[in-house]
Design a protein around this ligand. Structure first.
Ligand SMILES: [Mn+2]
Length: 320
């Protein structure tokens, strides 16, 4: 960590203008890291100019909008990219214009695109890494607003300290941030309270769940239902996570109907699993993804039955 702190401080000392970047479709860790870092620089280096960039408009009310600046400013700046493993995924590709790039991240460093890469995969979140650096520099350098941004990222990327990436250090940094006059209750309400419509849709999903054999849960939304609930297929499939913490479910899925270009009814699906890898099966059905989270598309009614059977087969094999 000492090495990280030295590199970070040297870069900051050298540049008067700093531009900060996040990945596309930013999650709370990306936004928390970006605005937490910006706030920290404002609090600790008030004479420097610092901008948070990102083309996509964020609809999250508790993060500010991105700054709007011209290329010239970027050309004269140090770029710091947070929470982003590869350069292509950065939301403002003008990062390439900057004098130097400093990458600060917690994903595997497969693409070390920075002039320096401060990467620690042992951190549950990028915000954890940033807070660790700040604490090391000066225990008192993190103030309330900065801490609130960072704490949001820490909480969401660690799924409230539940992921396997959560360590004693994650909790230590959580305690450190909590000591900086933040409103923990308010942060949790903002992050995790859902609106009434979402709550009602969750209830609908729960009532629709069917079981295939004993450990595969699924639910299907047909065209009429999607219309009735005013839901796009993609949005409906996001409710797949509703089935994620049921002891009996090893694999769970949501399928949604749509009409293809020939007017035929086809199904798209989101698949999840607790332990067994399902991405091989997803790729057999016009899809793919991660071992425990995959998508499939353009299935016929027949495919739908077959995929359930295939999933049951890998489960049985697993249990043999
Ligand atoms: Mn992250």
């Amino acid at each position: 960590m000492q090495e990280f702190v030295k590199i970070f401080q040297n870069y900051l000392d050298e540049y008067e203008t700093i531009t900060i970047y996040r990945h596309t479709h930013p999650d709370t860790d990306a936004l928390g890291a970006q605005f937490g870092l910006k706030q920290w620089i404002i609090d600790n280096y008030p004479q420097k100019k610092v901008y948070a960039l990102g083309i996509e408009k964020s609809d999250v009310p508790y993060f500010p909008q991105s700054d709007d600046i011209n290329d010239e400013i970027i050309r004269n700046s140090l770029a710091i990219a947070v929470d982003c493993g590869n350069l292509d995924r950065i939301d403002d590709q003008r990062i390439k214009l900057a004098k130097k790039i400093l990458k600060i991240d917690h994903h595997p460093n497969v693409e070390p695109y920075g002039d320096h890469n401060l990467v620690d995969t042992n951190c549950a979140s990028c915000t954890q890494l940033l807070a660790t650096i700040f604490k090391e520099i000066d225990y008192n350098s993190v103030l309330s607003a900065c801490s609130t941004y960072l704490y949001r990222g820490l909480l969401t990327d660690s799924l409230c300290y539940k992921t396997s990436s959560t360590t004693a250090k994650t909790l230590e940094i959580g305690a450190y941030l909590a000591s900086k006059d933040i409103d923990i209750r308010k942060i949790n309400l903002e992050l995790f309270d859902i609106d009434l419509q979402t709550f009602k849709l969750q209830t609908i999903v729960r009532n629709k769940i069917k079981l295939y054999h004993d450990h595969i849960a699924y639910c299907i939304f047909d065209l009429d239902e999607l219309k009735e609930y005013n839901l796009e297929g993609k949005k409906a499939r996001e409710f797949v996570n509703e089935m994620g913490n049921i002891k009996e479910f090893a694999i769970w899925a949501i399928f949604t109907q749509r009409k293809d270009s020939n007017g035929q009814i086809v199904y798209d699906g989101s698949l999840r699993s607790k332990y067994v890898a399902i991405n091989q099966i997803a790729s057999k059905y016009n899809g793919g993804g991660h071992p425990n989270a995959s998508g499939i598309k353009n299935l016929t009614e027949n495919d739908l039955n077959n995929i359930l059977e295939d999933l049951q087969n890998i489960l049985s094999k697993q249990n043999d």
